[in-house]
Design a protein around this ligand. Sequence first.
Ligand code: DQA
Length: 143
Amino acid sequence: MREVYVLNGPNLNRLGTREPEIYGSMTFAQLADLCVATAGELGFRAQVRQTNEEAELIGWLHEAADGEIPVILNPAAFTHYSYALRDACAMLTAPLIEVHLSNPLAREEFRHTSVVSGLATGTIAGFGATSYVLALEALARQP
Ligand code: DQA
C-alpha cells in the first residue's frame, strides 16, 4: 500500500474547541480517523501527525523527502511566515498538497500570504474537514 503523510501544524490539536465557528466542531482525533479511512478507500496508508513545534514538522518533511512519500500539509499559522518550512517543502520528492480548513484568503490580511503554496502541487482550502478528503482524492488521481 502506498503511504501518505498528513501533517498538521500548530493549534490544530485544539480542533473541536478552537474557534468552532471558523474551524468546525470535529476534533483532531475525528479528523485523523476520517483521513485514515478515506486514504484506505483510495489505496493509501495515511500517517496523520500534528505538532506545535516547527522543528518537528520540518523533521517529518525530511522523512517524507527521504522516503519519496507524498504529503498533505496543513501548516496552520506557519503557512504565513515560516521560510524554514518552505525550504523543507522545497526538498520534497513526491506531490505536496496544501490544505486548510478555513479559506485564508477570506480572512485577515496576514493570512493571504502562503509561503508554501508556490511549492505545492495544489492547494485546497475552505471546505473544513472535506478539504482533507478532497486532497486525498486529488492525490489518488495524480499520475
Ligand atoms: C488554517 C488557517 C491558518 O491561517 C491558521 O493559522 C490555522 C489553520 C486552516 O486550516 O484554516 O491555524 O491553516
